[in-house]
Design a protein around this ligand. Structure first.
Ligand code: ZN
Ligand code: ZN
Length: 241
């Protein structure tokens, strides 16, 4: 399987990640990634960068070392109403927007509450990817999540960091298998992301690939195989169409 992109990664700006933008790009280049997304944690994540950081992306070149680099954010979904921690006028200007549930920002609820948080967040027109929808602390109704992603044109992520044995989100194999079976049923595309917090992890999708191969998930629903497939999902391209 061709694997040309990694759209969810963090640099030192996130406060608990360890490489610079330049180191991340160089690592992506080495791994054959053609499209790299740098998505720092939004301001409500303790220790991450503030609103001004996300206001100045115009300073950053989008082509470096022969690859395309996109700059965005990993939002925190803050409540079951799906509110997030950056305003629409900033999100609109970003290349891409990931939204996730994180324990410092939202208390794990019931299946109904966690699902409602995702479904409401997906109504936000600037959210492009739901990050790691696999956390055992936030059980969800996967059928409702997949249906909503399909309706709103949002990618669901298979997060390689979650699938590593060192993950703190609990072994998500069963939950991802359920999600992927539903994605197959609905024709809902997915993206494999590393969620790298250090340069050596950029482009690392080995655990995600293993699972995808095991369940024979159809390649046409994996956007990593072609930059064209991802274009209709990302702010930076959607705005130009
Ligand atoms: Zn996250
Ligand atoms: Zn992340």
């Amino acid at each position: 399987m061709k694997d040309l992109m990694d759209l969810h990664t963090h640099t030192i700006a996130s406060g608990h990640a360890y490489s610079t933008i330049t180191e991340m790009i160089a690592a992506a280049c080495d791994k054959g990634i053609k499209l790299l997304g740098i998505t720092e944690h939004a301001p409500k994540m303790p220790g991450s960068c503030g609103i001004l950081y996300f206001s100045n992306f115009r300073a950053l070149p989008r082509e470096r070392m022969g690859i395309s680099v996109l700059f965005g954010v990993e939002l925190n979904i803050m409540d079951y109403e799906g509110n997030v921690d950056l305003p629409d006028d900033l999100l609109r200007e970003m290349d891409l927007v990931v939204a996730s549930l994180h324990t410092p920002c939202i208390h794990p609820g019931t299946v109904e509450e966690n699902t409602r948080a995702y479904l409401n967040a997906m109504k936000n027109p600037y959210i492009n990817i739901i990050g790691h929808p696999d956390d055992k602390r936030y059980p969800v109704d996967y059928r409702a999540v997949v249906e909503s992603a399909k309706e709103h044109g949002i990618l669901l992520e298979v997060n390689n960091s979650s699938l590593k044995p060192t993950s703190f989100r609990g072994d998500p194999t069963e939950r991802y298998t359920r999600m992927l079976e539903l994605c197959r049923e609905y024709g809902q595309p997915i993206i494999m992301d590393s969620d790298a917090h250090v340069d050596v992890a950029v482009g690392e999708h080995d655990c995600a690939k293993r699972l995808i191969e095991e369940i024979k998930f159809p390649e046409e629903l994996i956007v990593n195989t072609s930059p064209d497939k991802v274009k209709k999902y990302l702010n930076c391209y959607k705005n130009k169409i």
